[in-house]
Structures are given as C-alpha cells and as structure tokens.
Design a protein around this ligand. Structure first.
Ligand SMILES: [Zn+2]
Length: 448
C-alpha cells in the first residue's frame, strides 16, 4: 500500500510540504551554521520561509558551497531526541571533479530513507515474494545504491552478491563468475545494478550458458540507460531464459538519499517522497523559479532531515517537472517530464557542439560492440593548441573492420565529427566491479 501523501490532492500535498518546510527552516535557524549565516546575510528569518513559495526569497545553494565546508551543513540540535542526533551513516557524493563530499544521516534520516525507498521499490514493481540480487559492488566509498538495495522494507529476500575489486586483507568480494552462479542457484527474480555492470555480467553469463529464467525485472541506477542499451540488455536476458523481463530505471541523488523512479517502463520518473524532498526548476542563468513544464535546473530542498540539510540545492541536472496527476499511475507527486541531462554535459569538438548522448545511443544500438569508451583529446597531447580529436575505443565481437567502418560513417552523420577508432580488449575499458560503473567519457583536453 502506498502512503496517502502520494495519493492526496495537489492542495493537500502542498499543505503538508508547507508545514514540513516551516519546521525545517525553524530547525535551520536554530542549529545550521551555513543557513544561519545565509539567513543573516539576506535579512531573512525562518518566519520569512514558511511555504514552498517563500523559498524563492532564499538564494540557491551550489555544490561548491557544500564541497567547501560539508560540516557547516550539519544540524546541531543538542536538545533533540537521540534519533535526531546520532550519526547512522555517511554517504559520499562523487561528482565529476574534486574529492568526494560527505552527506551525514542521523538515525531519523536513515529511517526516513528506508520509508522513502520502500515506496520507491513498490513503484519499481518489487513484491514481497521477490528475490532481489544486489549486484552493486563494494566500493572504497560507501555507496547509497548498495545500501538502499541491501536494506529495504519491502519484505523481499535480498541476496547481496558483493562483486568488487578484491581487498587483499579481507577478500570478501565475489568474482563475476561466482556472482553469476549465485544468481542462477538462488533463482533471483530481480537484478539491481548499474547498466554497464549488468551488461558485462550478461555477456559472461551467455558464454557460460547460465540459466536466468527466474529473472523478471532489472532495476537500474547510476548512469543513463538509453533505449539501445535497454533493448540490448533485455535481449540478453531473454537469451538466458527470462520471459518478457521488465526494466526499471531511476535517477538517484546522494544528497537526497532518494531517487526519481519510473512508474511504468520508459514512462515518467516520479518523486516517491514529496514529504521529504521538495523539487523546483529554476532558470540556469538567472536562478529564478520557472513554472511547471518549463525546462531548467533541478533544485532540491530537504523537508525533514537532521544530518546534512540542504535548502534550494542545485543538483546539476536539466529537466522539467509536472505536479498534476500522473496519467500513467495516477499519483500526484512531482514527476520528471523528460530525461534529465547534466547541465555541463554538452561539449565542443573542433568547434562543433556535441551531445554525448547521441554517441551513446549510436554505440549501444550495435550488438557487436561489447564495450566502448569515448575520449576527447588533443591530436598532439603535448600541444594544447593542436586540433581536438574524438577517439572511440571499442571491444568488438565479430568483424572488427566492418564495425569500425560503420562507426566512423554513423558518427560523421550524427555529430559531424569524424572519429578515430581504436579496437581494444574488453578489460582495457572496464573490469566489472572494480569501479561502480564503466567510465564512458574521458576528456583529456587541458581545461580553461
Ligand atoms: Zn506515474
């Protein structure tokens, strides 16, 4: 059963969000170093920030603010109940540059996260009778995806496969072959993974002739899953015996300890916890709030947190939101209307503006391509003023020469840049489990 907050009318939901925000800003005024300072600098008090509309008076918080001083974003409430003060866990945002930044969760926050994810898993289609294989690797920095799959409130059985780079002193990580054998032996019905990892696992499972006929659903996060990749993975699951396997994609945010989740395959992405996270869209340059339906930067406000608390935090994705009843699932919580992309996503090569998604789509649509990596570099690495070069590194099964010719021709058509193509071994691009996901884009050009 989904909670009433997801099925209430838009007015009821707004009233709940306003009440939660008023309490949140009051707590920030009492014990949040960063917002105490920001309120003061802008002549604001919590009384000025009682509704989600009032939020527009508060300047945006950027990732660089959080990275510069993560401790200043922790609430300090010495009189609060123990659950609101005890540190339960720390997640880390990685981002594309800089060191990982800690996001602190108290016991209160940890319970909230489990509640949020129980709804999310229900929306994704996980049932109590499922056996969920948690295929996220054990990584050097704790990963939200691993934890949220391992500890969930759905009642489903969870199988923690624990792939990952071996840690010599405690070599608890399983090899890819052992993970495949475990999924097969335990008859897992749901696979939770990053798409690039699952794809490699399936390539190997096909070589081994594994039986995945128990699998009915694959749940993805961590990287985009363009349609070509979705269909490639589905076809591999079918070849391994799965009958009409479904694929569910979500868009996660470490800072929210939550994700938007598809309510039907390929459909809108829903916010499972509008009582915990308020989302708005702002103009990328002016920072002004935009009406529902318009495209801009996605901004998140915590409504009920006690560890790291963020108000009007810019997540870095460009998309648009709707708040009316979803035509697919009937819920009234916010939903993302178009696939989000990173604000810093487009890149220029030889003066041409290139959308890497177009290249991803093109390469994932070719079944002969087992792995790929896109490298933006200089023709002469020692000369920063030499021409840009677009290199595609590929691992190919079959006629490498024919596939290489096809890649060159298709990319010239699609992005109007002729790439160099380098045929390499699978493991030269990505060793499954060593990192959370394959690195698909490398920009080696000097910055600035
Ligand atoms: Zn929906």
């Amino acid at each position: 059963m989904l909670p009433s907050v997801l099925t209430s009318t838009p007015d009821e939901l707004l009233a709940r969000q306003n009440a939660a925000l008023a309490k949140m800003t009051d707590l920030c005024e009492r014990g949040h170093p960063f917002y105490q300072r920001l309120f003061r600098e802008h002549g604001l008090t919590a009384a000025d920030l009682q509704t989600v509309d009032d939020l527009q008076r508060l300047p945006l918080t950027r990732k660089r603010d959080l990275m510069a001083d993560p401790e200043a974003f922790r609430l300090h409430l010495p009189d609060a109940p123990v659950q609101e003060q005890v540190l339960w866990d720390i997640a880390y945002t990685t981002g594309t540059t800089g060191r990982p930044t800690p996001v602190y969760s108290t016991t209160h926050d940890f319970y909230a996260t489990i509640d949020c994810w129980t709804r999310l898993w229900q929306l994704a289609g996980i049932r109590e009778d499922d056996i969920v294989a948690n295929l996220f690797p054990l990584t050097a920095y704790p990963s939200g995806a691993f934890m949220r799959t391992a500890i969930q409130g759905t009642g489903a059985l969870v199988l923690n496969a624990m792939p990952g780079a071996k840690y010599p002193e405690f070599p608890i990580q399983r090899s890819l072959d052992d993970v495949i054998a475990l999924v097969e032996r335990k008859r897992a019905t749901v696979l939770g993974s990053v798409p690039s990892f699952l794809r490699r696992l399936l390539l190997r499972a096909e070589e081994l002739g594994a039986d995945f006929s128990s699998v009915r659903l694959a749940c993805f996060t961590g990287e985009p899953c363009p349609n070509g990749l979705r269909e490639d993975i589905r076809a591999r699951l079918v070849r391994l015996g799965a009958v009409s396997p479904a694929i569910n994609v979500r868009l996660g945010f470490t800072e929210a300890q939550s994700a938007f989740v598809e309510c039907r395959e390929g459909g809108p992405l829903m916010n499972p916890a509008p009582d915990l996270h308020y989302f708005e869209i702002v103009h990328p340059e002016t920072g002004e709030r935009l009406p529902d339906g318009e495209q801009g930067l996605l901004v998140m406000t915590h409504l009920n947190r006690r560890g790291t608390v963020l108000l009007r935090y810019v997540l870095g994705d460009i998309t648009s939101l709707a708040r009316d009843r979803c035509p697919e699932c009937g819920l009234t919580t916010e939903r993302v209307l178009q696939p989000p992309f990173r604000a810093d996503h487009m890149t220029k090569i030889r003066g041409m503006l290139v959308n890497p998604d177009v290249i991803h789509d093109l390469l994932t649509a070719r079944p002969e391509i087992q792995e790929y990596q896109i490298v933006f570099r200089k023709e002469d690495p020692h000369d920063p003023y030499s021409m840009d070069d677009l290199l595609v590194r590929v691992a190919i099964q079959g006629d490498a020469e024919r596939v290489t010719r096809a890649i060159v021709a298709e990319m010239r058509d699609a992005v109007r840049v002729t790439p160099s193509v380098e045929v390499v071994d699978l493991a030269a691009i990505y060793v499954p489990g060593d990192t959370m996901k394959a690195r698909r884009i490398i920009d080696e050009r000097p910055k600035g």
